[in-house]
Design a protein around this ligand. Sequence first.
Ligand SMILES: NC(=O)c1ccc[n+]([C@@H]2O[C@H](COP(=O)([O-])OP(=O)(O)OC[C@H]3O[C@@H](n4cnc5c(N)ncnc54)[C@H](OP(=O)(O)O)[C@@H]3O)[C@@H](O)[C@H]2O)c1
Length: 249
Amino acid sequence: MTTFPRTLNLLAGAPLGIFGAGHLGRTVACCLVDASFPRTQLLVCHRGSQRTQEQLAQAGLAGNIVDNRELVRRSGIIFYIVRPQDAGAITACPPPAGTLIVSFMASIPLARLRELIPGCSFMRVLTSAPDTLAQGRGIAAIFPGGKAVVDEILAAIRVRPYVLRREEDLHAFTVLGPCLPIALTCWEVRAGAADDQSLLRLGTRHGLPGYRHLLQWAREVQPRGQSPDEPGRLPHQVRYEGRGNGGYS
Ligand SMILES: NC(=O)c1ccc[n+]([C@@H]2O[C@H](COP(=O)([O-])OP(=O)(O)OC[C@H]3O[C@@H](n4cnc5c(N)ncnc54)[C@H](OP(=O)(O)O)[C@@H]3O)[C@@H](O)[C@H]2O)c1
């Protein structure tokens, strides 16, 4: 019994392609494999950095790397996970019309994606940081909702979905969701505990569904572990994550 019946049915033997195998793309690929997505139906591509090549090999994904053109040509679904400044990367090898492209990029609206890649079907998924996904404690805003395969994939990799009513609410979600754990820790270190009631009012005012759960999530995953020999400084863990895993900036 597969964890991905709808997805595999839609793919009909074609691969799922992850275009951009950096911090987030690589983590999503690993989460898929951990959730028993068939390794043979997973493709990844990147710009060609040696470091990414090595990290993919360490993750056991060396055999899944192909060039951009091959990934785009073969994949039935493409997860587009490059940085916003590289949003045009895929235009050098346009996907076949009708391909479902799931953009994980912050700040590139659907209208821009449609201009860049005409004829495809799009949705946006804005996740929390890669470390939360790797721990099986990720969250993601989805716009628009209604794609059963994407719901299935997120559920399989244990990412809690928040379907937004309006695309512009992705901005509020980013600040009051994925960015909140580090902000909570900074407030605690520098200025005392944050006021949950104010945050709840803010989340509700910005139309975020289930904001109480989001706040609870942020409390659960927020970086902890202040160093006793550096009072008033950010915890080691926070500074490490700021440099190391692309989770925070
Ligand atoms: N990291 C987070 O916490 C986070 C959270 C939510 C959303 N996001 C979104 O996820 C996206 C990726 O973030 P990231 O942190 O994973 O960035 P990243 O580590 O820099 O990864 C970007 C990847 O894109 C690849 N790439 C760039 N240009 C390419 C091209 N022309 N062809 C093929 N691949 C190309 C890079 O290849 P090389 O490695 O070879 O250079 C790299 O693997 C961003 O849009 C960001 O908004 C990130």
